[in-house]
Write a protein that binds this ligand. Structure first.
Ligand code: PHE
Length: 412
């Protein structure tokens, strides 16, 4: 599920690398194959319309349907979009308790590898650095995979208390809760001796962090049962996840912890402490507003959008129609380099938002050749209309062709 699950694994190891930023990183877009729909999201934001990005328009990626309405203004900055409503509600609550918190909603999503990983102490061998998980724009730049990519940058600008909201990008599987772009909110608060007084500083930070976030969860969900679970993030120690009991199930709502001291020190706040948290806005919105499919956030259909009102957290989404899904299977012998994320990328590049799920339904290893075959079931479904057999068959043929050509697998 879109949320905070990438950084749980691995061990902490500080890293340094010198990389260049600015103009340089933008020019590196050239010749690099990012899926076009990801590019169009970036381009859609006015202050992101850096001319060099225009280069991407000419690349060969087909444009999935949502590419053309890729959110301008960005979803979380629309006051009556579910993501904007939740963002505003969280800002209001947290800023009431702590007026010093400044908000940042328009930080550019292409960041250096250094900012995304090294600056927040993500180990060199951490899975999230793999191009199979993160969109590399160049060797030195990525589409941020979390808003933590801006922690150090803002600390260095002298900001001691901030909330960041932005689109984040992860290569992933396809189902109703995963989308290659989703939205996170990051919070960070620096504390000083004037705050912790005679208390042990880390203990104080942890206590204040937990109180703040428990209050936030109550603000959002009412009086629910909650629990804290120990977690691992490279940039915090100790680290926790907050879970709430929702419809009988424990649901992870955010990740957080006491910021690693070296980050606070590097940021220019030596002698102080900090806490930080990160949460996924789609996940919260899906639960709070009963939104069943993550693709709906990207629709411009007024039957969706008109159900939400700025300032109202009480809306329960009423599905306006549920068109039937259409299932197509594809089976092939794997190649060494095959990954499911790559498969999903190929399928989404062809079918865009018409693909609802890609699911492994059979795996078989030949006893003699040792070769492995996978069979995937692709669910096609539109939120807007019935799909015709003809168009699905055509999509499926293109999907099969592209799987064969791009993934170097042998179709069965
Ligand atoms: N960046 C983490 C994630 O995306 C969430 C997080 C933010 C955890 C800040 C701790 C502190 O998974």
């Amino acid at each position: 599920m879109a949320g905070c699950c990438t950084f749980r694994y691995g061990t902490v190891a500080a890293l340094t690398r010198s990389l260049r930023v600015g103009e340089q990183c933008v020019r590196m877009f050239e010749g690099y194959r990012l899926p076009k729909y990801v590019c169009s999201i970036i381009r859609a934001t006015p202050q992101r319309s850096i001319s060099a990005l225009g280069v991407l328009r000419d690349q060969e990626w087909p444009v999935p349907p949502f590419g053309t309405h890729a959110s301008s203004p960005p979803l979380a900055r629309r006051p009556s979009h579910p993501l904007g409503i939740i963002k505003t509600s969280i800002y209001e609550y947290l800023q009431k308790a702590d007026p010093a918190l400044k908000t940042f909603d328009d930080l550019y999503p292409v960041v250096t590898v250094k900012a995304n990983f090294d600056d927040v102490l993500v180990p060199a061998d951490h899975v999230s650095r793999n191009p199979n998980d993160t969109y590399y724009v160049s060797d030195a730049t990525v589409l941020r995979c979390h808003t933590s990519a801006h922690q150090l940058e803002l600390l260095k600008r002298g900001e001691p208390a901030f909330l960041i909201t932005g689109d984040v990008y992860r290569r992933d599987s396809i189902d109703s809760t995963h989308y290659p772009v989703f939205h996170q909110m990051e919070g960070l608060r620096v504390l000083g001796p004037e705050d912790w007084g005679s208390m042990e500083p880390t203990q104080y930070a942890e206590t204040q962090l937990k109180q703040t976030l428990e209050g936030l969860a109550q603000h959002l969900f009412g009086s629910v049962e909650m629990r804290w679970v120990d977690a691992y993030f490279p940039f915090t120690e100790p680290s926790f996840e907050l879970e709430i009991l929702f419809k009988g199930e424990w649901l992870e709502v955010l990740g957080c912890g006491v910021t690693q001291q070296s980050i606070v020190d590097d940021g220019g706040f030596a002698g102080r402490k900090a806490w930080a948290f990160g949460l996924g806005l789609e996940r919260l919105a899906m639960v709070l507003f009963d939104i069943p499919d993550i693709r709906l956030f990207w629709t411009e259909d007024s039957r969706f959008l008109s159900q939400f009102k700025a300032g109202s957290m009480k809306t329960k989404f009423k599905p306006y129609s549920k068109y039937p899904p259409c299932f197509k299977d594809v089976a092939f012998w794997l190649s060494d380099s095959f990954t499911e994320n790559n498969l999903c990328e190929v399928v989404r590049a062809v079918a865009g938002d018409l693909v609802e799920e890609v699911k492994l339904i059979d795996s078989f290893t030949h006893p003699k050749t040792g070769k492995t075959s996978h069979c995937y079931r692709i669910a096609y479904r539109s939120m807007q209309r019935s799909l015709t057999d003809e168009e699905i068959n055509e999509l499926q043929w293109t999907v099969r062709r592209d799987i064969e050509n791009q993934l170097k697998v042998e179709l069965r």
